[in-house]
Design a binder for this molecule. Structure first.
Ligand SMILES: C[S+](C)CC[C@H](N)C(=O)O
Ligand SMILES: N[C@@H](CCS)C(=O)O
Ligand SMILES: [Zn+2]
Length: 340
């Protein structure tokens, strides 16, 4: 935002304090786009809507703000210059779309704040208007997301993909998103430690002046999706001074408690978790297979255990909805009231 380097050491603790100790993230972004009628059977997946239906992108952000989110994540998960070029767009057009993903989220935040000011009420505290703190996190999906074959859940990129490949792949998108007005970068659905190392080095080499979080996927509650130890993955995040939170996303709720406990062993940074519903992704048909998913009530029933294990930022990933986020928000809000 041209305001110079953000003070990362206190960024997240200050934000969490303003939120009342815990923060609520949004839920499945693509899931909610589909609920509004978007067809995401495309190599760009949800990023397709940046081209075809930006109004829906804004609408989904607003749905999650209405549900109580303190952090909304941009539609750039599968938006890459390389992916846009494969669709026939120019590099410049790709850059515009990446920036637009942040602008749309910022517009949604402004609309939400304007509405709240007009309706005022839950924002009036002791005679002062206090606005719910809201951050915009710019999504950077993993290389596996760009491959569009579900390999963000396997992390097996093959021997030809090196640290340098990954750094080169992510470099321009990270630079563009960091200068587009986001508050932080969400490096999400990361399946292996090589990619975490690439992110850490990029943040440093490019002098990225906004903070970041790294979240990993897992298929077993002990390791990242690739089989790399979650301890090693979280240690890489912990060593990077621009990382203000580390955690897990798009992973079944049943694995989350164990993963939080492992992460806590190697990092004292805030832990962020936004699990999926527990269903399985069919990457060939680009559809979720309804099998072992949990409903919103079950999802929220895990919250206490996740808080006890040490997490402080909570949301949902694929197949969770504004109802999930509303339930999380209520559960945290009621809890923090009874705790004090
Ligand atoms: C987080 S997954 C469900 C995203 C979609 C995947 N990268 C694909 O293109 O099939
Ligand atoms: N922010 C992305 C993550 C997909 S795993 C989404 O919610 O669609
Ligand atoms: Zn997901």
């Amino acid at each position: 935002m041209g305001l110079g380097r953000v003070e990362t050491s206190t960024f997240m603790s200050d934000f969490l304090e303003k939120c009342g100790g815990y923060a609520v993230l949004d839920g499945g972004f693509a899931t909610e786009l589909e609920r509004h009628g978007a067809d995401l059977n495309d190599p760009l997946w949800s990023a397709k809507c940046l081209i075809s239906s930006p109004h829906l992108v804004r609408r989904v952000h607003l749905d999650y703000l209405d549900a109580g989110a303190n952090i909304i994540i941009t539609a750039s998960y599968q938006a890459t210059i390389q992916g846009f070029e494969a669709k026939g767009l120019s590099r410049e057009e790709g850059e515009v779309l990446l920036r637009r993903s942040v602008e749309i989220a910022r517009e949604a935040r402004e609309i939400y704040y304007d509405r709240c000011t007009k309706d005022s009420w839950d924002f009036v505290e002791a005679g002062n208007i206090s606005r719910r703190p809201i951050l915009i996190a710019a999504s950077v999906g993993s290389y596996g997301a760009y491959l569009a074959d579900g390999s963000e859940y396997s992390g097996k990129y093959g021997d030809s993909v090196t640290l340098e490949t990954l750094k080169d792949f992510h470099r321009s998108r990270v630079q563009i998103l960091a200068s587009a007005g986001a508050d932080l970068i969400a490096f999400e659905t990361t399946p292996n430690k090589l990619e975490a190392q690439a992110y850490a080095e990029l943040l440093e080499e490019e002098g990225i002046n906004i903070p970041a979080w790294f979240t990993f996927t897992s298929n077993d509650g002990i390791n990242a999706a690739s089989g790399d130890s979650i301890l090693e993955c979280a240690s890489i995040a912990d060593s990077c001074k621009q990382v203000v939170a580390v955690g897990i996303n798009c992973t079944p709720p049943r694995y989350i408690h164990s993963l939080i406990s492992h992460i806590r062993k190697v990092s004292s940074k805030p832990i962020v978790i936004y699990p999926n519903s527990g269903e399985t992704y069919d990457a060939v048909n680009k559809k979720w297979v309804k099998s072992s998913g949990v409903n919103d009530e079950d999802f929220v029933s895990y919250l206490d255990k996740w808080r006890e294990a040490g997490a402080s930022l909570f949301g949902g990933c694929c197949r969770t909805t504004p109802n999930t986020i509303r339930a999380i928000s209520r559960a945290l809000f009621d809890k923090s009231n009874t705790d004090t």
